[in-house]
Design a protein around this ligand. Sequence first.
Ligand SMILES: Cc1ncc(COP(=O)(O)O)c(C=O)c1O
Length: 437
Amino acid sequence: MAKSRLAMFGGSRTVEAAAGTSARTAWPIVTDTEREAVLGVLDSGRFTSVERGEVQLLEQEWAGYTGVRHCAALSSGTAAIELALVGAGLEPGAEILVPAFSFIATASAPVLRGLVPVFVDIDPVTYTLDPAAAAAAVTPRTRAVLAVHLHGLPCDMDALQALADRHGLVLVEDAAQSHGATYRGRQTGALGDVAAFSLNASKNLPTSGEGGLLTTDDDALYERVVLHRQFGEDLNGRGERAYLSHVVAGNAKLSSIQAAFTRGQLSRLDERHEQRDRNVRRFLGRLAELDGLVTPHCPDDRTHAWFQLRLRFDHQRMGCPDIAPGALRSVLQRALRAEGVPVRPYQSLPLPAQPALRDLPGTQPYRPEDHPATLALIEDSLTLQRWHLNPASGPLLDRCADAFEKVWGELDLLLPVARSTTYEPLWRQTGTAAVGA
Ligand SMILES: Cc1ncc(COP(=O)(O)O)c(C=O)c1O
């Protein structure tokens, strides 16, 4: 193939934001199904979850889809994690094993409920909680494990369940990113004691704003969640509201409009996943041919929801071991974005290095050397987000693959730029002790 000049150096862009692009990349996709469902709620006048309707129907449908006895609709994924912990009876001061690499809510939800997060490194291949590192982090105070199915790939749940069984721990799934993904034929959300999903508009199963779903097979846990989602009141729909609060609790209900929107999305979840899976596998298959470009690995016993696509750049295999991975990544980001590929970092710090989470009572001070796989991943990778969720984005992903091939064809021009780039990792800039990596 004839070489063409990189857009970063004045050449033409590979992925043009042409007319029609947004119909290919918009997410969520809003069709007449959602419009009619939302209008139906407006016309019905049944706006709250207390009045039986869309919220209860969504709960039944999601419990059926995931294969569990109970689903509770909630105001966000964060609220779902919080109430999962409360419902499981975890007391303030208990330790919970949490991956060092995740979205902030994975750690802030336990902290908001008085638990002590103990950060555990990830597996360098799946980017999810490393069961061996989790086992090494158990103390006499450990009561729970929070397994995050990051980017849409289920964790190694058999190993985590065995660990939980050995130590009598509650196994909680953070399934915010994994709607529809399966592990050994079972849906995420049905793999532990209790699970939390996000319905944020960016997610594979979105609402038109914010929302969450909690799933469990445990009757007593479910009853506690229901009590805690609305003022500690037992609102079971029988008789007049008594205004009797059994526990101190907030308000974390989902509204009917959000539920109606999500029911429309749920009716297309599998069909959209199948098309997305084809698009993404074709895209990743082409990228995997490029020297040193590491594409996501999905073990044979799982399916991937492809919430995000994380791409790693192996400086050894790219023939530039002298270039800091972060410097290489930032130059590749500039080159790819100039070509029109919207790659970006997702999570620039290990969770324990987040300013909000340092120096929490009961936790160890942050030490970079404790989570080497997390730090390596942050430094050497970028993600593609949202675009690829839309099943019509296939042709654009093909153009993105063209752009990667073009950039890889010009590495001899880019590597000197990376070599002369001064680069300081964010975890060092934010006042981390000057040790490790
Ligand atoms: C892994 C993970 N956990 C929890 C959450 C929190 O969900 P929400 O934004 O609905 O509160 C998110 C949201 O992005 C997430 O990605």
